[in-house]
Design a protein around this ligand. Structure first.
Ligand SMILES: N[C@@H](CCC(=O)N[C@@H](CS)C(=O)NCC(=O)O)C(=O)O
Length: 235
């Protein structure tokens, strides 16, 4: 593998859907920095054998002989190989780390509850079994009972997102006129919602909704090139 021949392992659904929030963060960083890579889609049950084995989650990025897993470690590795500006300085890096942890605990759990059934439906049969078993064990409930009140879940999520909505209502990106890594963390989460289910999670947060449209247009419309759940089901 040459230096320019990086390989990114990313989650894919039965029809090749790319919906992982963490992988989207990595893809936006690679696109932002103009770094070429090849992509290898894997189902949930292929992750353990991917990249020589030993990994439990994607993204996994092979760079030459070095293999890095975990979106945060990947971001640090590739951004710090440049001048580091994509973090937006030390404060931007701390804010990004806060968003990374905050969203794993809150926002992503909410999207997973809302879209658990549609995510399950979108997997290949072998991955459906794994996804159902692992998530039902984690939540101690059938997937179908994870979100008894979708409207209530959406309301609570939009309330939790209000501080981010007001921050982004006043400027194009967290980084000002251009995105920083914090934008790509939040983008990955919103893209996960867009690609994995029918709910318009940002409809009560106009600042975030406009910001997400801007992000979808970045890098030649990279994010928009992935069909949304609604687009896929309108065909
Ligand atoms: N902290 C990790 C989390 C990555 C993660 O949870 N990825 C999910 C896909 S969105 C995964 O690979 N899950 C595998 C599984 O559930 O078995 C990161 O930031 O990369």
């Amino acid at each position: 593998m040459t230096e320019t021949n990086r390989l990114l392992f990313e989650l894919e659904g039965a029809q090749g859907q790319r919906f992982s929030p963490y992988v989207w963060r990595t893809k936006m960083v690679l696109a932002h920095l103009g770094i070429d890579y090849q992509s290898q889609g894997v189902g949930f049950t292929d992750i353990g054998q991917a990249a020589g084995g030993g990994f439990k989650t994607v993204p996994i990025l092979f760079e030459g002989q070095v293999c890095v897993s975990d979106s945060w470690a990947i971001a640090e590795t590739i951004i710090d190989q440049t001048d580091g500006a994509l973090f937006g300085g030390p404060a931007g890096r701390s804010f990004a780390r806060y968003l990374h942890d905050w969203s794993s605990l809150g926002m992503l759990g909410s999207i997973l509850r809302l879209n658990a059934v549609t995510i399950w439906q979108d997997q290949a049969p072998k991955d459906q079994d794994y996804f159902r078993r692992s998530r039902e064990k984690r939540f101690a409930k059938p997937l179908e009972e994870l979100c008894p009140d979708p409207q209530g879940e959406l309301k609570a999520l939009s309330r939790a997102l209000r501080p981010l909505d007001s921050a982004l209502g006043g400027q194009p990106f967290f980084g000002g006129q251009t995105p920083i890594y914090a934008d790509y963390i939040l983008f990955g989460n919103a893209q996960f919602a867009r690609c994995s289910g029918p709910h318009a999670i940002l409809s009560q947060n106009p600042g975030l909704e406009a910001w997400f449209e801007r992000c979808l247009n970045l890098h030649g419309g990279l994010g928009r090139s992935e069909p949304s759940y609604i687009e896929r089901h309108a065909r």
